[in-house]
Design a protein around this ligand. Structure first.
Ligand code: RP5
Length: 172
């Protein structure tokens, strides 16, 4: 993915919304932004909390589609209701990233995010799996944008070749 932003999708328009429950989540969620930058996909960033800013969170979700957002990635820790609260207020696909924080090291966030009642899904990735959250969002968008499919294919080819090279080196 060396071309990076040269392959920008839908220029000047954010198609992915990244939301996190606290500014302290950015150290994890930046892994998602790195992937999206590499794939040339524009995103918007928001800090909002299902608990501390419930009205703002609902408003963000309700207006996302009209802003041109097509997938939302939501990361939160502890009793992590952010992704579910967003999914409750939009029918856009929502990818949840449980964040490791607090006494339970992310297990609390994983269960809070993944165990959504039927009809309001959150596609949940691993604890601190923000990079995979971005890859999953990109996969969803690749149905519509051929350039995103190309970027994902290029990424997989690159990682495959790196592994093959390492394997060959070790066999020498
Ligand atoms: C969650 O509580 C946030 O998503 C964060 O992971 C955790 C701690 O938040 P702060 O106390 O740092 O704001 O709501």
């Amino acid at each position: 993915m060396d071309e990076g932003l040269e392959r920008t999708v839908a220029a000047n328009k954010a198609v992915i919304g990244i939301v996190m429950g606290s500014a302290s989540d950015m150290s994890v969620m930046s892994k998602a932004t790195e992937v999206l930058i590499d794939l040339g996909i524009r995103y918007e960033l928001k800090v909002s909390s299902a608990h501390r800013l419930p009205e703002l969170t609902a408003e963000y979700a309700k207006t996302a589609r009209d802003r041109g957002i097509e997938v939302i990635i939501a990361g939160a820790g502890m009793a992590a209701h952010l992704a579910g609260a967003i999914a409750a207020n939009t029918t856009l696909p929502v990818v949840g990233v449980p964040i490791k924080s607090g006494e339970l090291n992310g297990i609390d966030a994983l269960l809070s995010t993944v165990q959504m009642p039927s009809g309001i899904p959150v596609a949940t990735v691993a604890i601190n799996g923000a990079a995979n959250g971005a890859f999953l969002a990109a996969s969803i968008l690749s149905i519509k944008y051929p350039e995103i499919k190309e970027g994902l294919d290029a990424y997989r080819l690159k990682t495959k070749n790196i592994l093959l090279e390492k394997s060959e080196e070790m066999e020498k």
